[in-house]
Design a protein around this ligand. Structure first.
Ligand code: ADE
Length: 227
């Protein structure tokens, strides 16, 4: 069971990504416990403000340290966190290896930023790890956090119907997946590869492996270089 606390100004953004399919089932089976915390509820000033103008001037607002520190401090009283992660385009690139590693942790905090950024002292003193989901800038960390949670939760044993399927994913062995087909075997004259209908499991496995290697060479040679 993984406990994930998400700190955000827009908890509603997570309703749909966490409300269906594997993530929904994993929550129902208590394989994952996801708590959304609205950072605004931890603001102590009378306007419940969460952001302010940047010192030194410049465009955009900066998320303030106090509400975020209040929230993290109150959570840390309840449990010990393996990582306090800030979702940021400046962070380490998210990939299957990072997902695998996070899926073995017990307690995680994911902080979603907005505006121009967060007060640097949060990163210096409260954050243990920064993760980016790609070299592009999103309007906030929420969609990135949803991506991370999705990739992590499906790896928790029992989250997927067929336990094998998470292991045979693309990227688990730095190879992309072989093509898959289902009925009908012929559609508009487009045929499924004969070998898959042969019933010869060893040959089918070999064909799939060869397809994976071929596809990886063609489409993602960078994955082979990583070895
Ligand atoms: N916040 C804004 N852009 C992001 C990105 N690419 N990855 C993670 N968090 C982000």
């Amino acid at each position: 069971m993984i406990h994930i606390d998400i700190l955000t100004l827009f908890p509603e953004l997570f309703e749909s990504p966490f409300g269906y399919s594997i993530i929904k089932r994993a929550k129902e089976k208590n394989l994952v416990n996801i708590h959304l915390h609205n950072i605004r509820n931890y603001s102590t000033n009378k306007h419940r403000s969460v952001d302010d103008y940047p010192f030194g001037g410049g465009a955009g607002m900066v998320m303030q340290i106090e509400p975020i520190d209040n929230c993290i401090t109150s959570l840390k009283k309840l449990r010990t966190y393996d990582e306090v992660i800030y979702m940021s385009p400046d962070g380490e690139m998210f990939n299957q290896k990072v997902a695998n590693q996070l899926s073995t942790q017990a307690n995680l905090i994911l902080l979603c930023g907005h505006y121009k950024g967060i007060d640097e002292r949060i990163r210096e003193h409260l954050i243990t790890r920064e993760i980016s989901i790609g070299n592009y800038v999103l309007t906030g960390g929420e969609l990135a956090a949803a991506v991370v949670v999705d990739a992590v939760v499906r790896l928790i044993p029992g989250a997927m119907g067929d336990e094998q399927s998470a292991l045979s994913d693309s990227f688990q062995d730095d190879l992309i997946s072989p093509p898959v087909y289902t009925r009908p075997a012929t559609y508009k004259g487009w045929n499924v590869p004969e070998i898959l209908l042969s019933g010869h499991q060893a040959k089918i496995d070999e064909w799939r492996y060869n397809q994976s290697v071929m596809r990886t060479k063609e489409r993602r040679p960078d994955l082979l270089d990583e070895k």
